[in-house]
Design a binder for this molecule. Structure first.
Ligand code: ATP
Length: 230
């Protein structure tokens, strides 16, 4: 993409492991917004229990997953920060403050996330401040209705922020919310880990290179699983 593009889109998450649902959403966002999408994996996720695979393995799987996909990138700042100081927790608000300093006050920044994460926004550190730092691009998710599940305080914050026009995201630095309409993805990392652990079919839910990595490293108890048939 050209350097003139001013919209920077970051896709945060644990990616434990990255699955085809994540990739489909990133590609849908890339195509809808016309810009590259940067995966930004969390080191020590503040909103959920510790991940099942190490940051090294989660990173390796992300690298394999995006290797041949145009327009998808990786930013390891949270993981590298944690490697330097394991007492540091990577809050999204701190990451976004750092990105804002780096990219400048005029740059458009957007945070891509699923509807379940978005409706949980009031639980995030300094969640109201996030709207001064970034736009949100919300991917609809099976089982997470965006229209009904919004808490009143979030609904109030969202007043007049929804936009349908991609150009509006490019034109403002932060504060708008765009609904990414895409075919709903049934995938979830929790379900994937449970399938692997139980020896149920799972390989079709991740890229082949990621499935091979999981098998080779016996991640998530994959030694239980037949090597190819599943
Ligand atoms: P888990 O099932 O353990 O919650 P996950 O599959 O949601 O994991 P995360 O790494 O937590 O994976 O997800 C990163 C981001 O991707 C989150 O914002 C999440 O809402 C979104 N996401 C993941 N899977 C989907 C999906 N199938 N549809 C829409 N959004 C998704």
């Amino acid at each position: 993409m050209s350097d003139a593009v001013k919209l920077h889109v970051f896709y945060g998450g644990t990616f434990d492991p990255v699955h085809n649902g994540h990739l489909a959403i990133a590609c849908a966002a890339r195509d809808a917004l016309g810009v590259d999408i940067t995966f930004l994996p969390a080191a020590d996720p503040p909103h959920r229990p510790a991940p099942g695979a190490s940051a090294v393995d989660r990173t390796a799987m992300l690298q394999l997953a995006i290797a041949n996909v145009p327009g998808l990138r990786l930013d390891l700042r949270e993981i590298e920060q944690h490697a330097r100081d394991s007492n540091l927790r990577s809050w999204s608000v701190d990451t976004l403050r750092a990105l804002r300093v780096e990219l400048g006050s005029d740059a458009s920044i957007a945070w891509l996330l699923g509807a379940d994460s978005f409706t949980g926004l009031p639980g995030w550190k300094c969640w109201r401040d996030l709207f001064q730092l970034t736009h949100f691009v919300v991917a609809e998710r099976m089982g997470s209705a965006l229209d009904e599940a919004i808490a009143p305080e979030l609904a109030q914050m969202l007043d007049r922020r929804w936009v349908d026009d991609v150009a509006a995201l490019h034109a403002a630095p932060a504060g708008l919310v765009f609904r990414l309409r895409q075919p709903l993805q049934a995938h979830s990392a929790t379900d994937l880990r449970a399938r692997i652990q139980a020896g149920n079919p799972w390989r079709h839910l991740v890229p082949t290179t990621v499935a091979d990595y999981i098998g080779a490293r016996n991640l998530y108890g994959s030694a239980h699983t037949a090597p190819f048939g599943t």
